[in-house]
Every structure is written in structure tokens, then in C-alpha cells.
Design a protein around this ligand. Structure first.
Ligand code: UT7
Length: 323
């Protein structure tokens, strides 16, 4: 049975932008350090109204608009978030209510920064087995509410935002073009749970908790594990890096992104970068980057797009998409 088709992608970013210089007014850091070590220039920060569900619903509406699919057709909502509005009900059901969807099913998944790749994989599997017909996969995060704003080693790295993709299948067109989700490759290794985690109870993105990260260790794992996942994805489909049109990586650090581009022998202009303007928006970073590259016409029908991410868990994965 053939897979699912990525029909549209959309994003939402809070209006408030915080520059590196603004952060340097309250903590011991500098624009130079942040740019040189991470590539980040600014980040968007949510206001009280902009919860994970609010931003996720906005991104979902944008994705549905681009897909030209009516809300009434949506029958699955899968939300990747580490900053849900509440422990339960899920952010997915909150988004369902905000969109006015009253059929199908909705649930959250927890895979930290790999959440969108995980969500895409789950949605693709459910579409392949015809458990739904039009699925929204949403990554939405308000990491600003998890930050210890006195910890310069983490608080400069993250931002808020949401991205969403609409996946569908269509009996008439699903096999001829080869377009759609080609394959997804997920991994986790819980032995490394202590190098990136949220300290404290989860489930209230409106209450302060603390994100803890051993950045150097996460960095050490990132390039190796991501390279392996990417190699696995290419090998599984008899493809090589020369076949890739676009790398749309998780946006954590420009040095990791550049290293991945080099390993794949890609030109710099084949790598979609948003970390400079968005910082690390965790599960939202890939759909936000995809939304930008689809909207400005870089990704065109038929292009081969590779996505990859690594995050807390550790979790990581890659997926190949024919746009
Ligand atoms: O999305 C989930 C996955 N996350 C990631 O992939 C993040 C992976 N890790 C990273 O991106 C990098 O490790 C960081 C950006 C977090 C840190 O970069 P680094 O080159 O590994 O720096 P470091 O942690 O080794 O710190 C170097 C120095 C330290 O000072 P000393 O000990 O050498 O004197 C830090 O205290 O930089 C200092 N430092 C800062 N200085 C100014 C740490 N944060 C800051 C800061 N401003 N904001």
C-alpha cells in the first residue's frame, strides 16, 4: 500500500522578537558568542496568549490553507510538543477544538526535538493503513517557559513557534508520481536521558520549569547519530546524497547543520536554515523550516527532501520526502 502525500505546510511565530543584544543586557553573554557558537541572531518569544495549542492551531490553519484542504476533512491530529498546555487533555485535542474539528482522533507524542519526525512517521503509518484520510502533524513549542533565564548556557539557544504539515492519501493519484513520504527512520536510546531533560513535573506550559542540557555531550552525539540515520534512509531507498535536493535539518546549532551538509556533500544553498532567526524551536523547527522553503518556492514538486533531528531521550531520526 502506498504512503502519504505532504499536501501543505504552515508555520506560526510569535510577534515578539528578542535579539542577542537584548539577552546580553540581563545575563553574562554577548551577541558575538551566541552567533559564533550557534549561528543564532534572534528568537521569537510567546506572550501569555500564545500557548502550544494556540500557536499549533494557527500553524495548522496555515498548512490547511496551503494544502487547500477544508478543516472538515481533517480526521487525525498528531501533535509533537514538550510544552503542552496541560498534562491532559492533550494539546492535540485542544487544537482540534480550536480548529472546530469534531471527527477522527487526536493525540500528543513526546519525542522532544525529534517530535516532528516521529509524528510524521506515525501519521504516514496510519495513512498507509487507511486509519485516517487527512492528518495534521503539528510541532508546537513554548520553550521560553521552560528556560532558566539565569542559565546562559541554555536560555540563549531556544525560541517559541509552531509548524504543521497536512498529510493525505488519494486513491487516484497515490502511486503514479512517486511523490510523498518515501520512508521514515526512528531511533531512541534512553541511556542518554540525563544529558537533556526537563527538570520537574511536565504538562503545564503556562508554569515555569527548567530545561537542563549538557550541550557539549548532546553536540557530540548529534553529528554521528544523525549521519547514521541519514545514511540508513538513503541506503533503504537505493539513493545517495547526490540525489538530495534539500536538507531540512532540525535547527539547534548552525555548526551541527553545516557539519551535516558537508558530510552529505551538499552545497550551502541546498540546506534550509532558520536557526539564525528562530533559534531552536524543538519539535517546531523542521515544519517551520519546511513552511518557509515551500512558501518561497525553493522546494518544488518532485524535489527530494531529507529531514533529520536529534533531541532529548535521546531520540533521533530521519525521513525522505518527495515533494
Ligand atoms: O535541540 C536539541 C539538541 N540540542 C543540541 O543539539 C545542542 C547541542 N550543543 C550545542 O549546540 C553547543 O554545545 C552549545 C551551543 C550549547 C555550546 O557550545 P560549545 O561550543 O559546546 O560551548 P561550551 O559549552 O563548551 O562552552 C564554552 C564556554 C564555557 O566557558 P569555559 O568553561 O570555557 O570558560 C561556557 O561557560 O562558553 C561559556 N558559555 C557562554 N559564554 C557566553 C556558555 N554559554 C555562554 C553564553 N555566553 N551564552
Amino acid at each position: 500500500m502506498t504512503g502519504s502525500f505532504l499536501a501543505g505546510v504552515g508555520g506560526y511565530l510569535p510577534t515578539r522578537i528578542v535579539s542577542n543584544d537584548e539577552l546580553a543586557m540581563t545575563i553574562d553573554t554577548s551577541d558575538t558568542w551566541i552567533r559564533e557558537r550557534t549561528g543564532i541572531i534572534q528568537r521569537h518569544i510567546a506572550d501569555d496568549r500564545e500557548t502550544a495549542a494556540f500557536m499549533g492551531a494557527a500553524a495548522a490553519r496555515a498548512a490547511l490553507d496551503r494544502a487547500q484542504i477544508g478543516i472538515a476533512n481533517v480526521d487525525a491530529i498528531i501533535v509533537a510538543t514538550s510544552t503542552p498546555d496541560q498534562g491532559f487533555p492533550s494539546t492535540a485535542t485542544a487544537i482540534q477544538a480550536q480548529l472546530g474539528v469534531t471527527k477522527g482522533f487526536a493525540f500528543d507524542i513526546s519525542a522532544a526535538c525529534s517530535g516532528f519526525v516521529y509524528g510524521l512517521s506515525v501519521a504516514d503509518a496510519m495513512l498507509r493503513t487507511r486509519q485516517c484520510r487527512a492528518a495534521l502533524v503539528v510541532g508546537t513549542e513554548v520553550f521560553s517557559r521552560l528556560m532558566n533565564w539565569q542559565d546562559r548556557s541554555t536560555c540563549v539557544l531556544f525560541g517559541d513557534g509552531a509548524g504543521a504539515a497536512v498529510l493525505t492519501w488519494d486513491d487516484e493519484t497515490d502511486d503514479a508520481s512517486g511523490r510523498g513520504i518515501i520512508s521514515t527512520h526512528l531511533h531512541a536510546d534512553g541511556r542518554f536521558g540525563d544529558i537533556l531533560y526537563i527538570d520537574g513535573a511536565t504538562g503545564q506550559s503556562t508554569k515555569p520549569q527548567k530545561l537542563v542540557m549538557n550541550g557539549r555531550e548532546v553536540f557530540r552525539h548529534a553529528v554521528g547519530k544523525l549521519s547514521d540515520a541519514v545514511e540508513e534512509a538513503l541506503h533503504a531507498n537505493g539513493l545517495t546524497s547526490a540525489d538530495i535536493d534539500w536538507l531540512v535539518p532540525h535547527q539547534a546549532n548552525l555548526r551541527i547543520i553545516d557539519a551535516m551538509g558537508k558530510r552529505l556533500n551538499l552545497r550551502q544553498d541546498q540546506v534550509v536554515v532558520t536557526v539564525d532567526r528562530h533559534a531552536n524551536t524543538s519539535a517546531a523547527s523542521i515544519p517551520l523550516a519546511l513552511a518557509e522553503a515551500y512558501a518561497d518556492g525553493r522546494i518544488k514538486p518532485g524535489h527530494l527532501v531529507l529531514i533529520e533531528a536529534l533531541g532529548g531521550g535521546l531520540t533521533w531520526g530521519a525521513a525522505l520526502i518527495r515533494a
